[in-house]
Ligand binder design. Structure first.
Ligand code: B12
Length: 218
């Protein structure tokens, strides 16, 4: 079987919620030396398809929960390999969290893992983070970059509110701190609407963007 077939097969297994097949194929691909980031990318596409089936009412909430569980299992296999391959000595403090009303954290956790393995220090506030909590933490730790994650359309209001609060900081402590948003559904229009500086739909692009922003700062 070619590498291309393996990739399509993994996407299909995830879309069909075939957990044992997913885990076996991931283990096999890692064994064969496949790039763990490519494996994660393929899983992300599989999860996108699960989402589409949910929208089409072929799956229900249980399907989304199952998909999340499968991805957790994949990360257990992939994480040690990512940590081994992607060690770096980037420096910089990044404040991350999933915005209020949203509990999706798979993508954010994945980004945290990659940032840390590149050497960044990440303070992860978790999920359903109120705008005030973001603001308080930001003032306290003075991060170099702030990242907001959100996957629901309804999260954009919380992103906008959080960014308003961060930008209106009367102390001026946060002046010029870049604010990034990420999540499977964000795009340029969302970025403009919520008032962020950059948007990203892939964790590795997020890491590269952070590297770029910090080297611009230096
Ligand atoms: C798994 C899943 C769940 C799981 C989440 C488990 C968990 N612990 O996260 C559970 C079951 C909890 C769930 C719940 C719900 N979900 Co849901 N879910 C998904 C699904 C299938 C996959 C999400 C995922 O993990 N993707 C994989 C990760 C790796 O990708 P990612 O999140 O995009 O992250 C990557 C990048 O975006 C980027 N990134 C992410 N964050 C950040 C932040 C920064 C700063 C940067 C730089 C980069 C970055 O890096 C990541 C890695 O590459 C999506 C489908 C989809 N298209 O995304 C629906 C989806 C997001 N869910 C949806 C819905 C509707 C819901 C519910 C409302 C369902 C319900 N009726 O209750 C609830 C809402 C709960 C809540 N209040 O948050 C809809 C949202 C539709 C919309 N337009 O609002 C989607 C799009 C499905 C669909 N197509 O309808 N869900």
């Amino acid at each position: 079987m070619t590498q291309h077939d393996d990739r399509l097969l993994l996407i299909d297994y995830i879309a069909d919620l075939k957990e044992p097949e997913v885990l076996a194929l991931v283990a096999q691909r890692l064994q064969a030396g496949d790039d763990p980031l490519q494996i994660v990318q393929d899983c992300q596409e599989g999860l996108r398809q699960v989402g589409l089936r949910y929208e089409a009412q072929q799956y229900f909430l249980a399907g989304l929960i199952m998909a999340g569980e499968i991805f957790r299992g994949v990360m257990e296999l992939v994480q040690p390999v990512i940590e081994e391959l992607h060690s770096g000595n980037d420096t910089g403090l990044i404040l991350l969290g999933t915005v209020q009303g949203d509990i999706h954290d798979i993508g954010k956790n994945n980004l945290t893992l990659l940032l840390r393995s590149h050497g960044f220090t990440v303070i992860d506030l978790g999920v359903d983070v109120e705008p005030e909590a973001f603001y308080r933490q930001a003032i306290e730790i003075r991060p170099n970059i702030i990242g907001l994650s959100g996957l629901l359309t309804s999260s954009y209001e919380a992103m906008a509110e959080t960014i308003r609060l961060l930008r209106d900081d009367p102390s001026g402590t946060l002046n010029g701190v870049p604010i990034l948003i990420g999540g499977s559904q964000v795009n340029e229009a969302v970025c403009k609407y919520v008032g962020a500086d950059h948007w990203v739909t892939n964790a590795m692009s997020g890491v590269r963007l952070c590297q770029q922003l910090l080297s611009d700062e230096a």
